[in-house]
Design a protein around this ligand. Sequence first.
Ligand SMILES: [Zn+2]
Length: 318
Amino acid sequence: MKVYEFFKGTKAFINFSENAQRGLIPHAAIVYCRDEFSLRAILKLFACAVLCEMPKKPCLGCRTCDRVLKEVHPDCLIFPKKGGRISVEDTGRIIGEVSFRPCEGDRKVFLLMNGESMLPSAQNKLLKTLEEPQEPAYIFIGTSNMESLLPTVRSRCALVEVELFPPEKIFAFLQDYCPAGNNKVAASSCGGLVGKAIEMAMSFEYLEVYNHIYGMLDNLKTSDDVLDYCRLFASYKDKQEVLDIMQLYFRDILMAKRKGRLRQDKQAGLERAASSRTERQLIRYIEMAGEAKRKLQLNCSAEAVLEDILSEIASEEE
Ligand SMILES: [Zn+2]
C-alpha cells in the first residue's frame, strides 16, 4: 500500500480529505491529472475518503479501504473496468445504479477512470445526473485532458487538479517501487508524471535511447553528420521522446553552465559541452526542440523535422 501512502501526500488529496472530514465532499467532481497512473490511485483514495467508516478518513487499513483499493468494493463502481472507453451503455448503467441503495454503508461512489474517453453522446446522457446529484451517490470523473469534456459537464462539476511531482519526490518513490530501475534518469526525465517515470525506470530500451541520443548530440559537430543522425533518430519508434531527450540534453548543459544542480550521471561530459556554447544558443536549442514537438503533433514529417533541427544545430557548431 506504499503507493497510496505516497499519493496521500498530494495537495489535491490533503484538501479533499480535509473537506471530507467537514462533510464537504462534492457529489460531482472532475479530477484532472495528466498522469493516468496517479489519477487512478488518487480517485481510489477519494473513494476511500467517502466510504471509510473509521473516524479519521481514509484510514487505508480497514476492510472498506482495502476493498476499494483492490477495486472489489460493491459500493465503489469503476468505469471502465480495465482499459477501453466509457460507453453510452456505461453511462446508462451509472444513471440506473445511482437510484439504488448502497449494498453496505450509506454511500456509493462512481469512479470514471478515463473521462476523456467518453464520447459527447455518453457525456450528454450523464448531464441530468450530474446536475441533480444526490445522496447516496458521489461521481468522480477522472481525466487527463480537460478539453475532451463538454463545457456542460465541466460546469456541473467541482474541479480538483492534481499537481505534478518534483524529481526528488519521484526518485524517492521509484527507489521504493522499483529499486532496480533506472531511477535517476527516469525521475529527472519524466516531467513530473509518476506513471511515465515508472515506465522509463523499468524500460531498458528507454535508457538505451537516452544514452544513445546524449552520445550523438555530444558528437554532432558538422553538417556532414546530419544525414546519418537523421536516419538513426528516425529509426526510433517514439519521435516525441527523441525530442524530449534532446531538450533534456540542452537543459542539462544549460544547468551545467549556470553551475546549477547537475545530474550526477552525465556531469563530466556536460561541463565540456557547456564550455563551447553560449547560454543564448542553448536556450534557442531548447526552444527549437519544443517547436519541433509542436510540428510533430501537427503531423509534419518526422524526418523533415529532425533534419531541420539537427542541421541548424550543426551549422552553429561548425
Ligand atoms: Zn478505512
